[in-house]
Design a protein around this ligand. Structure first.
Ligand SMILES: [Zn+2]
Length: 130
């Protein structure tokens, strides 16, 4: 089953065909949240582009930096915008008292903080990433 994302701003499913479809075969699919801003992304030339026009990873920017696909996409890690900070947490999250969560200025920072906090997060990811 495909991963469902809910960043607090947007909800989508990994692998959904993007509405703009050229010709007969779909050319773009939705991917995980942008590591920089948490916006929806889609595949673009073997990498990914962000759907936020102002993000450095946006396809509409001239020098879209090539970035590898984040290894936490399509795993048990989730990100959500919580007020003005990004929060990373694992599937099965109950609340901040009972479940582990970590914060950062960007989704990437929050995920890195969660991995420092919980070594088992990485184990779970490797298991699920197969
Ligand atoms: Zn972005």
């Amino acid at each position: 089953m495909s991963k469902q994302y809910d960043t607090g701003k947007h909800k989508w499913t990994h692998g959904t065909v993007v509405e703009w479809v050229y010709g007969r075969t779909p050319s773009r699919w939705l991917l995980g949240p942008c590591p920089r801003c948490g916006m929806v992304t889609s595949n673009y030339g073997g990498k990914y582009s962000c759907h936020d026009d102002y993000c450095p990873n946006s396809a509409s920017q001239f020098a879209c930096p090539p970035e590898p696909t984040p290894d936490w996409w399509n795993t048990n890690i989730n990100v959500q915008l919580d007020w003005n900070m990004w929060c990373a947490f694992l599937d099965g999250f109950v609340n901040l008292q009972e479940s582990e969560a970590a914060f950062g200025d960007t989704p990437r920072d929050a995920v890195a903080a969660l991995r420092k906090l919980d070594q088992s997060a990485s184990t779970a990811i490797q298991k699920e990433a197969k």
